[in-house]
Design a protein around this ligand. Structure first.
Ligand SMILES: NC(=O)c1ccc[n+]([C@@H]2O[C@H](COP(=O)([O-])OP(=O)(O)OC[C@H]3O[C@@H](n4cnc5c(N)ncnc54)[C@H](O)[C@@H]3O)[C@@H](O)[C@H]2O)c1
Length: 276
């Protein structure tokens, strides 16, 4: 009997992994679910690992016999520099290095729209692999994640797909998410495409559904075999009135990162003391 395909998911207690867990379960596949927080045990044959992505020994143990790494772990919102550096940048390095040492062939990395947050939305469809313009410390950490992925592909021959995820939730919550929404089902379709793609090398792609009001191109994701089936438009009428009628000239719709490009996300000015 052939060995099952083993997929290691970091950040497995988080929102996206919780949505993906049942959708990625398949005969012939074992999900290994890793988080620093407790991951619920279910009757689905998943292997649960409680560990930090910043712990090299634990990550090497977790990467044993793994075919595909789906790296979702880390801080998913803005924080001060020290926390972002440790969890998102150092954590990404430790995870990829453990994967390399264990011979993991393929890594799918959860990058973010905030890696290109300051890119304007007014000049037509944005190239998914547009040069980084991070909007926050968090955005910088996603650029670093992509750079690490590029290094591990070019230097060590790993196949690495960095997905600039838009907004992956059950449904879009505001006017901006009508542009950036990635439905849970499409998220699973995208991950499956990333797993199945033949010799992808290193790529940076956009992770969103086929939204009528999209900003960023899905060409890179489609080239990997992704066929999105959802469109945020069917939720537009159900949004609360201020969001439903939001003027396209509203500042929150002028840049990919939305409100994160505004003054509330001026993290450096909020840091209580110097970081070095
Ligand atoms: N959900 C989205 O719309 C979205 C958009 C863009 C990018 N992303 C990225 O996708 C990934 C998943 O997003 P999410 O919404 O599920 O985030 P989430 O915050 O719900 O989940 C992240 C998980 O990572 C875990 N984690 C944090 N530090 C860790 C550590 N040191 N070791 C192990 N685990 C650790 C947390 O406990 C949490 O369960 C994140 O990397 C996020 O930045 C998500």
């Amino acid at each position: 009997m052939s060995r099952p395909q083993r997929v290691l998911i970091t950040g497995a207690a988080g929102g996206m992994a919780t949505l993906l867990r049942p959708r990625l379960a398949q005969p012939g596949r074992v999900l290994r679910l890793l988080d620093i927080a407790e991951v619920p045990t279910r009757d689905d044959g998943a292997e649960i690992v409680r560990a930090s992505i910043t712990d090299p020994a634990a990550m090497e143990a977790a990467c044993a016999d793994v075919d595909v790494l789906l790296h979702l772990g880390g801080l998913s919102t803005e924080h001060g520099w020290a926390k972002i550096l440790e969890a998102n940048i150092h954590g990404a390095y430790v995870t990829l290095e453990a994967a390399r040492r264990c011979g993991v062939r393929r890594a799918i990395l959860a990058s973010s729209n905030h890696a290109i947050g300051f890119v304007g939305t007014q000049d037509g469809e944005i190239d998914a692999a547009a040069f980084p313009r991070p909007d926050t410390n968090y955005g910088v950490s996603k650029v670093a994640l992509e750079a690490l992925g590029s290094l591990y592909a070019d230097r060590y021959g790993m196949e690495v797909i960095a997905v600039r995820i838009g907004s992956c939730f059950e449904r879009p919550r505001d006017a901006r998410m009508l542009r950036t929404w990635l439905s849970p089902d499409d998220a699973a379709r995208l991950v499956e495409a990333c797993i199945a793609a033949s010799a992808p090398g290193f790529r940076v792609i956009w992770g969103a559904s086929a939204n009528t009001r999209h900003w960023v191109s899905l060409a890179g994701a489609r080239a990997l075999g992704y066929v999105p089936q959802d469109d945020s438009e069917r939720y537009a009428a159900g949004l609360a009135a201020p969001q439903r009628n939001l003027d396209p000239a509203d500042p929150s719709l002028q840049r990919v990162g939305g409100a994160w490009c505004g003054p509330d996300w001026n993290t450096a000015e909020k840091e209580p003391e110097r970081q070095s």
